[in-house]
Design a protein around this ligand. Structure first.
Ligand SMILES: [Zn+2]
Length: 103
C-alpha cells in the first residue's frame, strides 16, 4: 500500500485503517482479500483513500476521514484550514501555512 501524506494526518489514517479492518473482518473470508487499500495520499489539500473494492460502510468511513483531513493541519494535527499556498491546495494551521513541504 502506498501512503503519501503528512504526519499530521497519521491519527486520521490510523483511525480509518482500524475502522476499515473491523469492517473487512465482517466480510466473508473468501472476499476479504479484495477489500484492500490501494493508495493513501494528499490531493488538493485533502486526504484521498482508494480501495480495490469497498462497501457502503467503508465508503462512509473514508468520507469521514477525508472530511476530517480538511479540518486538520497535515504537518502537526492541530485544527487547520484548506488554503492555496504557493499555488497549491494544502490544509494547514496558522503556524504551518507557509510550509510547503510536509516532513
Ligand atoms: Zn500545523
Amino acid at each position: 500500500m502506498a501512503s503519501k501524506c503528512g504526519v499530521g494526518w497519521k491519527p486520521i489514517v490510523v483511525g480509518l485503517l482500524t475502522a476499515l479492518d473491523a469492517e473487512i473482518a465482517k466480510q466473508p473470508a473468501s472476499e476479504r482479500a479484495s477489500f484492500r487499500v490501494v493508495t493513501i495520499k494528499q490531493k488538493l489539500g485533502a486526504l484521498r483513500v482508494y480501495m480495490a473494492s469497498w462497501t457502503e460502510v467503508m465508503q462512509a468511513a473514508i468520507d469521514a476521514a477525508e472530511a476530517a483531513s480538511l479540518r486538520t493541519c497535515e504537518v502537526c494535527s492541530r485544527p487547520g484550514k484548506r488554503r492555496v499556498c504557493q499555488g497549491l491546495w494544502m490544509t494547514r494551521c496558522r503556524t504551518h501555512r507557509r510550509r510547503k513541504r510536509v516532513p
